[in-house]
Design a protein around this ligand. Sequence first.
Ligand code: ASP
Length: 587
Amino acid sequence: MRTHGAGTVALSDVDQEVTLAGWVQKRRDHGGITFFDLRDASGIVQVVADPLEHPTVEGLKMEFCVRVRGTVRKRPEGTENRDLATGLVEIGVDEIEVLAPAETLPFMIDDRTEVDERTRLEHRYLDLRRPRMAANLRARSRATAAIRRTLDEMGFLEVETPTLINSTPEGARDMLVPSRHRQGEFYALPQSPQLFKQLLMISGVERYFQIARCYRDEDTRADRQVEFTQLDLEGAFWERDDVLDTIEKVLAATAAEIRGVEIPLPFPRLTWHEAMDRYGVDKPDLRFGMEIVDLTEHLAGSEFGVFRNAIDADGTVRAINTGRREWSRARADQVTDRAKELGAQGLVWMVVEDDGSLRSPVAKFLSESETESIKKATDAVAGDVLLIAAGRWRTTVEVLGGLRNDLGKPSGHDELAFLWVIDFPLFEEDDDGSITFSHHPFTSPVSIDAMREQPETAISKAYDAVLNGIELGSGSIRIHDPEVQRQVFEILGIDRETAERRFGWFLEALQYGTPPHGGFAFGIDRLVMVLQGESSIREVIPFPKTQTGVDPMTGAPTWVEETQLAELGIELSAEARSRRGEETGSG
Ligand code: ASP
């Protein structure tokens, strides 16, 4: 249907006849002549026609789909558009044909118009015509191509694993699919391909990867989707550094492809404990400093009760220097409220005055040497605002880590700061006080004895990749000994019988000469989001769902026919039935 892409026509084509097809964008009439931009996937070119010769152009409206035969001309002096790749030329129309008219659109196809997200999602196919979204789609495709290329060169095998499976625990709820043949039984959609990739290691596939769709039914958390895409990868005869080296290469290749930057390798590494101690989070944003400073030893004898009590109770006193900033009573209250929200009992603030003294509600309780040590430890200079919290180590660093992010995080993603967080705890406390896995139950402990003796403090062979304060993904060296796997289940409160029932097939597989293995998975949505400078993964997912898992365009999830439900052996609750009646007008 066409000879050229609209965005590819250049000065070297002048005087050539070309046929183009695409959409009408920005039409204007000027001195009896009609101009419009013709857009296709390759870009935009200006088209010029005399409506007397080509009356069709008078009827052209925004986003009409058209075909144009014309001649490439150099634009007249002074009318060039240097912002446009094709800005030195235009197409003089010889013939124009409307391939498909368009109704008035719900919003403008440009990046300048603000459109609310629901409207965008209801007409996602139009939203994707907008340049920014089209660029995000292309970036995503280039990202997955770079990932495939890099892994292919390293000898990885791409293997697809099933998506109608038995549950694989990754800490979320399963999305379930009812079976028609076996009423009352359900498939789970994979939270990840975790156990299948481990089985592939047992099968002798030594290097596996997959660009895998994963499903996690999590309660509305900002910027999560019930379905998302991971690069999932696993290697046999691997130790931790084999995994980290491989993932670093993949991430660096993707960043190079999308941003044209060279990421210095290896990435910096912090242990989980260091990350918490210095940044108060397990996914620190290393684009800025404002590190947490330990003041405990300087304040051990303090007359200020809050500090002294915390220290006497084996707690800690920590500070961040938030730098020079406006500091009013109202601002102080606001930041204190935020600290409380993050779990603090209270927050102490101090402003360094020009004469070096400290302005603070607690200044009068501090000795001169304490004041000096605080300033020295925090590298404080006149104008700086210091924030200090005291209490249990974990809460204290988390509070300051939260404030650090609030006050220091750069907007956008111009800079890219990758890092590894290693040596995660094996287990953590659940909200109800019970013990749960921090990564997933297939992660190897560093020491089996330590795990048995003191599970609360045991360290695992798990690691996270972090980019600009966002957790990109996690991985670990796995348990390859069925006996150790049984013990981990037991510590997690899964008794032997339940473990056999749920994971017997996997425990059996482990006993046939399983090679030591490990792997990783990172979120492709999140990676592309950061590389494209977006702040939501919904901007880089072609057809995302809202925070409550709804697709406003197709209406999914939807009610199904009563007969279909009966085949599946599913009965609706009275409440669901009445809602269904209201929404569908059926009984
Ligand atoms: N399956 C893990 C996840 O989805 C990643 C891994 O351990 O390889 O987080």
